[in-house]
Design a protein around this ligand. Structure first.
Ligand code: MLT
Length: 264
């Protein structure tokens, strides 16, 4: 079932009575990146996916966002749907949003799943890369930007062996509104650092990372897991940054085992 909440496109799959899992997607993707998780988990859970403001079918508005507003959007969805302490699952930019949401209001959640993400903010090199991306888009090179950004998100093996699926993700990403994409780049460049809060996370936490992830590599994610008191780390072999798409079987099993082990 699809709902519009405060201009955001929100999709619910599964029973309203079941424990909710809210999925927050990465950049420059949309809720569809969680399709394989939703297909499996909706048998036992209420799966809530949505398009982050500026991306997919959600409102772009004036394209002026900061991460705090993305966290407000997430809170608003949870409140509007009256979800009782859902599990929060975010990938990359969705992980930045999830980490800030947990820093701000962890009592609202029952567990945290972080896929291919980091707590640190952009350093100077990262900020300059965002600036170069915006300049590239402004010079009329939106599609080449998407092509190269998305290519970097997947393992070479996946691109080679699952090329049709990979191309679908690229073409879908190109359908995003350019203003929304630039707004997200500025949002990520200006986000706060949540590293100091990792030790205060009381939620059972699952950290998932692709062995070939170039954007949030396994050694960095392992370090992050070590700073969270109740975290377990799962490495997905042969996958890049997009583990839920690249190896849905391993990711789904990891999530199901984690929820069962923690009686969620
Ligand atoms: C994402 O997948 O959300 C992005 O790679 C995050 C980023 O560029 O920092």
């Amino acid at each position: 079932m699809k709902k519009i909440i405060n201009g955001l496109s929100v999709i619910l799959s599964g029973s309203n009575e079941a424990k909710a899992v809210v999925f927050v997607h990465g950049f420059p993707f949309d809720h569809i990146m969680w399709q394989r998780q939703v297909e499996e988990l909706c048998k036992e859970n209420l799966c809530v996916t949505y398009d982050i403001r500026g991306l997919g079918e959600s409102n772009v508005g004036d394209g002026q966002f900061m991460l705090e507003m993305f966290v407000d959007d997430l809170e608003n969805i949870i409140d509007e749907l009256k979800l009782n302490r859902p599990v929060l699952c975010g990938l990359s930019m969705g992980g930045y949003i999830s980490l800030r949401a947990v820093e701000r209001m962890q009592e609202k959640f029952s567990a945290l799943i972080l896929c291919d993400t980091k707590a640190s903010a952009d350093d100077n090199v990262g900020k300059l890369k965002r600036a170069a991306a915006i300049k590239q888009i402004n010079s009329g090179e939106f599609n080449p930007f998407i092509e190269s950004f998305v290519l970097n998100c997947f393992s070479e093996k996946f691109v080679r062996e699952n090329n049709a699926e990979y191309r679908k993700v690229v073409e879908r990403s190109k359908m995003n509104n350019q203003l929304g994409v630039k707004g997200c780049l500025l949002t990520m460049a200006s986000r706060t650092d949540t590293t100091e809060s990792l030790s205060k996370i009381k939620l059972p936490t699952l950290i998932i990372c692709g062995s070939e992830d170039k954007l949030s590599p396994p050694d960095q994610m392992k370090k992050m897991a070590e700073q969270i008191p109740n975290a377990e780390f799962v490495l997905v072999n042969n996958a890049g940054h997009m583990t839920p798409i690249e190896n849905p079987q391993v990711v789904n099993e990891a999530i199901k085992n984690f929820l069962a082990k923690n009686r969620i």
